[in-house]
Design a protein. Structure first.
Length: 286
């Protein structure tokens, strides 16, 4: 399922992705003010009918346009082992509603996120927040935009002046003290810490300078594929907590404006050195 007969035209990718995301946003808006049909995958991990409707619509468009591509979509993939694509395989990563809990409560911090990679190489990303009418996009090597205008990360030079974003995985009730220890460290070192509830938006906010950095444990590929590329193309940095290469299939992401990246790494590494990883920590992912 890799579709390698010809080099993909980026214009075709954009056209299909734009149409799919526009339809997804329209579906989200139609459902926004109504009663949400909610189901629970776990006590704190929920899904709505709108998630599934958006996912089905976007996947249908992608399959029609790119029948040989791999598609990794949240609701179809959640709870399953996700095979890592081969280095020459095109794969789409879709989160139909990033921030489903926010959406279910009509809290206006949610979006649709769609990214394309070839193997581990991120090629294209689009994140659409229909509630604020903001579309973030990036193409590898071509920069990042917000509603068509170029964006760039902030130039904040010190943690004490920085606004940082974070989030908490779905196993947070089991490991609450561990996760809060990291948040406490950044609360003591920064101007402030925010928890929006949508990792894709957090990453886009780093890209356009609203946040200076972001870190989180146990995100999944559909959470980060588009946003990580948007940060990079906006001039920022993305890594794991040891300054290793960011891995879509890994369990750590640190994104920043670059200026404070090493300072954030110091905080993370100091906490990891002093706080043991909890038992069974690796048994669950967000």
């Amino acid at each position: 399922m890799c579709g390698l007969d010809s080099v993909l035209a980026m214009t075709e990718i954009e056209q299909v992705a734009d149409a799919a995301i526009a339809e997804a946003g329209a579906r989200m808006l139609r459902a926004w003010h109504g009663q949400k049909a909610v189901e629970y995958k776990s006590p704190i991990d929920l899904v709505t009918k709108t998630d599934r409707d958006i996912e089905a619509a976007v996947v249908a468009r992608l399959r029609t346009a790119f029948p040989d591509h791999m598609i990794v979509a949240e609701e179809a993939s959640a709870g399953r082992s996700i095979p890592r694509p081969s280095t020459d395989c095109y794969a789409w990563y879709l989160d139909p509603i990033d921030g489903t809990t926010n959406f279910a409560h009509s809290y206006p911090q949610c979006c649709v996120s769609l990214g394309l990679a070839r193997g581990d190489d991120l090629l294209y990303g689009i994140v659409y927040d229909p509630l604020s009418e903001e579309t973030f996009k990036a193409k590898r090597g071509a920069g990042a935009t917000l509603n068509g205008r170029p964006i760039h990360v902030s130039t904040t030079p010190q943690l004490e002046q920085a606004l940082i974003g974070t989030g908490f995985p779905y196993d947070r009730r089991s490991h609450v003290d561990f996760y809060l220890a990291f948040m406490r460290d950044f609360m003591l070192r920064t101007q402030g810490v925010r928890r929006v509830g949508s990792a894709a938006l957090d990453l886009c906010y780093v890209a356009c300078g609203r946040l200076d950095g972001f870190f989180e444990w146990k995100l999944l590929p559909w959470d980060t594929a588009a946003g990580a590329l948007i940060v990079r193309e906006a001039g920022g940095m993305v890594s794991d907590f040891s300054n290793g290469l960011f891995d879509l299939y890994g369990d750590q992401i640190l994104a920043s404006n670059g200026c404070i990246h090493m300072l954030m790494l110091d905080v993370l590494q100091s906490r990891l050195a002093s706080t043991p990883i909890p038992p069974r920590f690796a048994d669950s992912r967000a």
